[in-house]
Design a protein around this ligand. Structure first.
Ligand code: TYM
Length: 330
C-alpha cells in the first residue's frame, strides 16, 4: 500500500492541521510505504516572504517528526527538492481543463479576496495531483477541505490513463471519522484556518497552555446546556466535542455520555485541559528537534533521495506514454 500526503510550510500550524493532517500521517505510516511532503511550491502561490519560507520549512519538518512520523519508516521530504513534481505539474496541466480548475471552491475563496491573483494559485490543484500520482498512491490522508482537490486528482488520473494507457493508480482520500473539518472557535461556521481564520478562534499547535485554555473557554457556543453533537443547531458545541475526540481518542457518543449532566462551563474547561495535555509532549519534542537544524536538513536530504528514486519511474512513464523522445544515457 502506498500512502502520500502533503502540507504547506507557510502559516502557523493549528489543531485542524493536526486532526486532518499530522495525526493521520502518523497513523497511516503503519499501513505501508508512506511519503509525506512539505509542499513549498504550493506555498509560493500567494505572496510570501522568502526568509520566512526557509525557516518555516524546517519548523514544519520538526513538527512532522514531533507528531509521530518515524524517519526510518516514512519518507519525509521537501517538494522543491524533487524536480519531478514541477515536471509532472506541467504534463498534467495539459490534461486538466480550465473549466474544472474554475470550479475549485478553494481557488474561488482565496482569489475572491485578493486584488492580484497568481497563475500558480489557479493551477495549484494540478501540482497537487502530480504530487499524489507520481508515487502510485493508494491512499491520501487529508482533511475535508481537500476533498475537492482529491476528487480532481482522481479525474485527472483517469483521464490520463484512458488517453495514454494505464499509468497511474487512482488514489482514494482518507478522512478522519470525527474532526475532518475542525471549525474556528470564534466563527464555528468557518473552518479553522491560518489564512482566513480568526486568531482567537484558532488553536495553534505551539500555543502555550494558558492561550489554549482561554481560546477554548471563550469559544462561541449556543445558549443551550446540553453537550450533544448537532452540527446544524449546535455548531460550536459539536466542534468542541470533535476536538475532545481528537485529544482523547474517544468517540463522539462517548464524549456526549461523559458530559450528559454537565454544563458547558465544565465541558469547556475539560476540553481546554485535554488539548493542553495532547500538545505538551508534541511541543517538547518539537523544541528538541528544532534546535538541531543541521540534523533536520540531513533528514530532509535523505528523504529527497528516497522520493526521487520512488517518483522517477512514473515520471519517465508519463513522458514515454505522451510520446516524448528521451535522452539516452551517455
Ligand atoms: P494544508 O497545508 O492547508 O493542510 C494540511 C492538512 O491539514 C488539513 N486541514 C484540516 N483538517 C481538519 N480541519 C481543518 N480545519 C483543517 N485545515 C487544514 C488539510 O485537509 C490537509 O490534510 N493542498 C494541500 C497540501 C497538498 C497535498 C498534496 C495534500 C499539496 N499536495 C498532496 C495531500 C496530497 C494543503 O494546502 O493542505
Amino acid at each position: 500500500m502506498k500512502i502520500f500526503s502533503g502540507i504547506q510550510p507557510t502559516g502557523a500550524k493549528h489543531l485542524g492541521n493536526y486532526s486532518g493532517g499530522f495525526r493521520q500521517y502518523a497513523a497511516t505510516q503503519e499501513q505501508g510505504d508512506a511519503f509525506f511532503c512539505i509542499v513549498d511550491l504550493h506555498s509560493v502561490t500567494v505572496p510570501h516572504d522568502p526568509e520566512d519560507l526557509r525557516t518555516r520549512t524546517l519548523d514544519l519538518a520538526a513538527l512532522m517528526f514531533a507528531t509521530g512520523l518515524d524517519p526510518e519508516r516514512s519518507t519525509v521530504f521537501v517538494q522543491s527538492h524533487v524536480t519531478a513534481h514541477a515536471e509532472a505539474a506541467w504534463l498534467l496541466g495539459c490534461v486538466a481543463t480550465i473549466g474544472e480548475l474554475r470550479r475549485m471552491t478553494q481557488f474561488k475563496d482565496k482569489a475572491g479576496t485578493r486584488e492580484s491573483v497568481s497563475v500558480g494559485l489557479f493551477t495549484y490543484p494540478v501540482l497537487m495531483a502530480g504530487d499524489i500520482l507520481l508515487y502510485q498512491t493508494d491512499i491520501v490522508p487529508i482533511g475535508d477541505d481537500q476533498r475537492q482537490h482529491l476528487e480532481l486528482s482522481r479525474d485527472i488520473a483517469e483521464r490520463f490513463n484512458s488517453r495514454f494507457g494505464k499509468t497511474f493508480t487512482v488514489p482514494r482520500g482518507v478522512y478522519p471519522e470525527a474532526g475532518a473539518r475542525i471549525m474556528d472557535l470564534q466563527e464555528p461556521g468557518n473552518k479553522m484556518s491560518t489564512t482566513g481564520g480568526n486568531p482567537q478562534g484558532t488553536i495553534y499547535l505551539l500555543d502555550p497552555p494558558e492561550a489554549v485554555r482561554k481560546k477554548v473557554k471563550t469559544a462561541v457556543t449556543d445558549s443551550g446546556r446540553e453537550v450533544v453533537h448537532d452540527t446544524n443547531e449546535k455548531a460550536g458545541i459539536s466542534n468542541l466535542i470533535e476536538i475532545m475526540t481528537v485529544a482523547t481518542g474517544e468517540s463522539i457518543t462517548e464524549v456526549e455520555s461523559r458530559y450528559e449532566s454537565a454544563g458547558y462551563g465544565q465541558f469547556k474547561s475539560d476540553v481546554g485541559d485535554a488539548v493542553v495535555e495532547l500538545l505538551a509532549p508534541i511541543q517538547a519534542r518539537y523544541h528538541e528537534l528544532r534546535d538541531d537544524s543541521a540534523e533536520l536538513e540531513r533528514m530532509l536530504t535523505h528523504g529527497a533521495t528516497k522520493a526521487r528514486e520512488a517518483s522517477a519511474p512514473t515520471l519517465e512513464k508519463m513522458y514515454e506514454r505522451m510520446g516524448f523522445t528521451r535522452p539516452k544515457g551517455e
